[in-house]
Design a binder for this molecule. Structure first.
Ligand SMILES: [Fe+2]
Ligand SMILES: [Fe+2]
Length: 368
């Protein structure tokens, strides 16, 4: 199909001649002598290029150049003038004109200018289409990558969750402990201003805190009588065993700290490293209080659940020795909001999950 070219010149002779020359070169050409109608004709005729006279009444070629470029950015403009003014030509080229022809025009000059303008248009369109397809491709790939990352995140989460449940079943004979302590630890950490990645690491560490017990033999883990000193020594290695498991897994490296430090005590009498005060990470300091409270508030194989006041007294008694005294108040406030209501406390003591969903009390509140 022939390319469409519009020629705008207030001189009817020039307009007519330009059209004839263009038709002779094989284009579909239209001539216009009133520049005020140019935009309307551009909209209906949709020319690929316009040849415009620079000096016209009502609308100058310069003004028309801007109007057509605004209306139809991919229509190429060739300016036509009687003046031989290089500076004017350069200015128009800078403003988006494809070429500049001097009157009287010859068929050869017109041919070269139109071919060049149409080639320029083709390249611009091709480039625009390429950019658009590239952008669409990048968008599609980003969406696919985000989807894959989301799936991977969900897979990690589900794997850790299942592992934690399996650990609870072996260690305590019932599920729920790990998820409960993870939720309570996250609830307190969030109130202390911890956010995002650090919060996720604390949650994962709390969920897997006793993973090292996988290496403790059943004969020790389930021994109904008191452990011998040798058996205690074995049992007390579970944080290191756990750290060994977890620190080798890239996405769990942040969680490994709670696994290693969950039996450390504020006064340095804990194990395995005998860390003191702030040497113990904030997550592990919060967690040790929560683990103690959970052991009191829920049934265990060898004791019945007690109510919140017993857990509170135990934490207060050990403030400054086992526990960081500066964290006792926010921890107790949070636990109280979950357990102090007698109805909640009773439900909590009988079930495997705290009774309420607010503020990191309940299993399923992922603490994001
Ligand atoms: Fe432990
Ligand atoms: Fe525990």
């Amino acid at each position: 199909m022939a390319s469409k070219i519009l020629a705008v010149d207030d001189d009817p002779q020039v307009a007519k001649l330009t059209v004839l020359l263009l038709e002779g070169l094989g284009y579909e050409a239209l001539g216009l002598t009133d520049p005020r109608r140019a935009l309307e004709v551009v909209r209906s005729f949709r020319p690929e290029a316009c040849i415009i006279d620079l000096n016209m009444p009502f609308v100058s070629g310069s003004e028309l150049l801007d109007r057509i470029r605004a209306e139809s950015p991919h229509t190429e403009i060739i300016l036509l003038t009687g003046m031989d003014d290089t500076l004017v030509a350069v200015d128009f080229m800078k403003r988006g004109a494809a070429d500049f022809l001097l009157k009287p025009i010859s068929a050869e000059q017109l041919d070269v200018a139109v071919i060049r303008a149409l080639e320029h248009r083709r390249l611009v369109l091709e480039n625009t289409a390429y950019k658009q397809s590239l952008e669409a491709l990048v968008e599609e790939r980003s969406r696919a990558l985000n989807e894959a990352l989301r799936n991977l995140g969900e897979l990690h989460e589900a794997t850790i969750e299942t592992l934690a449940q399996a650990l609870d079943m072996r260690d305590q004979g019932s599920g729920g402990h790990s998820r409960r302590v993870a939720d309570m630890t996250v609830g307190i950490a969030r109130k202390l201003g911890i956010r995002d990645g650090q919060l996720v690491q604390i949650e994962q560490g709390a969920l897997l805190h006793d993973i090292g017990k996988l290496r403790i033999p059943d004969s020790i883990l389930w021994k109904p009588s008191a452990l011998t000193p040798g058996e205690w020594a074995t049992m007390r290695r579970h944080p290191e065993y756990g750290y060994d498991f977890v620190s080798r897994i890239g996405f769990l490296q942040g969680a490994a700290d709670i696994v290693l430090s969950h039996h450390e005590r504020y006064d340095g009498t804990g194990y395995p490293r005998g860390l003191k005060g702030d040497e113990i990470s904030l997550g592990a300091r919060i967690f040790s209080m929560v683990d103690t409270a959970d052991a009191i508030l829920y049934d265990r194989p060898y004791h019945r659940a007690s109510d919140f006041s017993v857990a509170r007294d135990e934490i207060l008694r050990k403030a400054g020795t086992h526990f960081d005294p500066t964290l006792v108040r926010p921890t107790l406030e949070h636990l109280e909001s979950c357990f102090a209501d007698p109805a909640r406390s009773q439900r909590g003591a009988q079930s495997t999950a705290p009774a309420d969903a607010d503020g990191g009390c309940m299993a399923g509140d992922k603490g994001q």
